[in-house]
Design a protein around this ligand. Structure first.
Ligand code: FAD
Ligand code: PHB
Length: 390
C-alpha cells in the first residue's frame, strides 16, 4: 500500500490530522494498536480551548460538540474554606472554554473518518516506522500472520506517550526532559448531577480535588492520591467520603453521590522530547509531550501540534513550500513549553507536596493570595487556561 502520510496512533491527534488532510485531498492511513471500543472506553480530557473547537469544526466534526458541549466562562478555586471564581471572560478579553469529553471528540472523529471512507486500521500489531531519515520511509505492521508494508512521503507519530514513534528516534538525537510528581489523580465518573455548574479546583491540606463534569447529568471528580495507591484501595464510599472532606462545607453538603461508572488512577508527569521531527517522521501530541492534567492543557497542546503540522503539510502538497515542515518542531515546541510552564505552575499552586517545608507551604499560600488580589495575575491565569494563540 502507498499513501502520502502514514499516521501511527488513532487517538484524537492522529484522527484529527487524518480528517483535516483528507478534506484537502491528501491521502492518509491511521494505524491504531487497539480496538475502537478500547479507545472509546478511555476517559480523559474534558476541557477544550476554542482553537481546538475551531479545528473540530474545520474537520467537519464539530456539529455535536456545538450542540451538546457547554461553553464555560469561568471556574472556581476553593481554598481555606472559600470559593474564589476565576472569570475567564473578564480576564481573557471575552474568551471561554468548551466542556466536551475527549471520548466524545474521538467518537465524532471516528464518525467523520467513516463518513469519508478514511482508512483506519485497528488492532495493528508491532507497528514500526522504517528509514524515516531517508527519502523513502515506510511503516510495517502485523495483521494476524501477515506483515503489511505502507510506503509513504511522511510518517506522523501520534501514538501517545507509550508509542513506538518517539522510541525510533536515535538516542543521540532526542533530548528528553522529565519531571515526576509524587502523587496521582484518582478519577471517578458518575451519572449524577454535578455539584457545581462550573469546575471547582480545590486546594486542601488533605490533598487536591477537582469537581468537573461532562454534562449536567454526568460528573467527573478527581482526588490527589499517593502513587502507591491502587484503584482497588478506593471503593466508591471511601472515595465520596474523602472528596467531601476536601471540598468547602457548603459544596460538600450539595454533593450528590452515586455508583462510579469508571474509576482510574493517572500518575502526574511533565515530559518533553526535542526535536519533534527526525527526517520524515513528525511527532505530535502525547507522543512528544505530557503535562499533569491540572491546567487541562494535554489534549489542547496535541491540537496545536496538529494545527501546525496540518498547515505545514498542506503548504508542501499544495505549493511545494517546505518552510512550515522545516519550522514545525521549533514552532510546536515554543507553544508546548508554555503549556508546560502553566501546567507545572498550577500543579505546584494547588497540590499538597508531602516533602514541602513549612516555608514552601507559606509561599504556596501567598501565591494564591496574590493571585486573587491582582488583576494582572488573574489575566495571566485566564489567558493560559483559555489557550494561547496558535
Ligand atoms: P493518545 O490519546 O494517547 O492516543 C494515542 C493512540 O495511539 C492511542 O489510541 C494508542 O492506543 C495508540 N498507540 C499507542 N502505541 C501504539 C503503537 N505502537 N502502534 C499503534 N498505535 C499505538 N487534556 C486536556 O487538554 N484537557 C483536559 O481536561 C485533560 N484532562 C485529562 C485528564 C486525565 C485523567 C488524563 C489522563 C489526561 C487528560 N488530558 C487532558 C490529556 C489528554 O487526554 C491527552 O493529552 C490526549 O489524549 C493526547 O492525545 P493523543 O492523540 O496525542 O494521544
Ligand atoms: C476533566 O474533566 O477530566 C478535567 C477537567 C479539567 C482538568 C483536568 C481534567 O484540569
Amino acid at each position: 500500500m502507498r499513501v502520502q502520510v502514514c499516521i501511527i496512533g488513532g487517538g484524537p491527534s492522529g484522527l484529527l490530522l487524518s480528517q483535516l488532510l483528507h478534506l484537502k485531498g491528501v491521502e492518509t492511513v491511521v494505524l491504531e494498536r487497539q480496538s475502537r471500543e478500547y479507545v472509546l472506553g478511555r476517559i480523559r480530557a474534558g476541557v477544550l480551548e476554542h482553537g481546538f473547537a475551531d479545528l473540530m469544526r474545520e474537520a467537519r466534526c464539530g456539529e455535536r460538540m456545538d450542540r451538546e458541549g457547554e461553553i464555560h466562562h469561568g471556574f472556581f478555586i476553593a481554598h481555606d474554606g472559600v470559593l474564589d471564581r476565576v472569570d475567564l471572560a473578564k480576564h481573557s478579553g471575552g474568551n471561554s472554554v468548551v466542556v466536551y469529553g475527549q471520548t466524545e471528540v474521538t467518537r465524532d472523529l471516528y464518525a467523520g473518518r467513516d463518513r469519508m471512507g478514511g482508512k483506519v486500521v485497528h488492532n495493528a500489531e508491532d507497528v514500526a516506522p522504517h528509514d524515516v531519515n531517508s527519502d523513502s520511509p515506510f511503516v510495517t505492521y502485523r495483521a494476524g500472520d501477515d506483515i503489511v508494508r505502507i510506503d509513504c512521503d511522511y510518517v506522523v507519530g501520534a501514538d501517545g506517550f507509550h508509542g513506538v514513534s518517539r522510541k525510533s528516534i536515535p538516542k543521540d538525537v532526542l533530548k528528553e526532559y522529565e519531571r515526576l510528581y509524587p502523587f496521582g489523580w484518582l478519577g471517578v465518573l458518575s451519572r449524577t448531577r454535578p455539584v457545581s455548574p462550573e469546575l471547582i479546583y480545590c486546594k486542601n491540606e488533605r490533598g487536591f480535588a477537582l469537581c468537573s463534569l461532562r454534562s449536567q447529568a454526568l460528573s467527573r471528580y478527581y482526588i490527589q492520591v499517593p502513587l502507591t495507591d491502587r484503584v482497588e484501595d478506593w471503593p466508591d464510599d471511601k472515595f465520596w467520603a474523602e472528596l467531601k472532606r476536601r471540598l468547602p462545607e457548603t459544596t460538600a453538603r450539595d454533593l450528590i453521590t452515586g455508583p462510579s461508572i469508571e474509576k482510574s488512577i493517572a500518575p502526574l508527569r511533565s515530559f518533553v522530547a526535542e526535536p519533534m521531527r527526525y527526517g520524515r517522521l513528525f511527532l505530535a501530541g502525547d507522543a512528544a509531550h505530557i503535562v499533569p492534567p491540572t491546567g487541562a492543557r494535554g489534549l489542547n497542546s496535541a491540537a496545536s501540534d496538529i494545527y501546525y503540522l496540518y498547515h505545514a503539510l498542506i503548504a508542501h502538497y499544495e505549493r511545494r513550500d517546505d518552510s512550515g515542515l522545516d519550522a514545525y518542531s521549533q514552532k510546536a515546541l515554543a507553544r508546548v513549553w508554555k503549556a508546560q510552564r502553566f501546567s507545572w505552575w498550577l500543579t505546584m499552586l494547588l497540590h499538597r507536596f508531602p516533602d514541602h517545608s513549612p516555608y514552601e507551604n507559606r509561599l504556596q499560600a501567598t501565591e494564591l493570595e496574590y493571585l486573587f488580589s491582582s488583576d494582572s495575575a488573574l489575566d495571566s491565569l485566564a489567558e493560559n487556561y483559555v489557550g494561547l494563540p496558535f
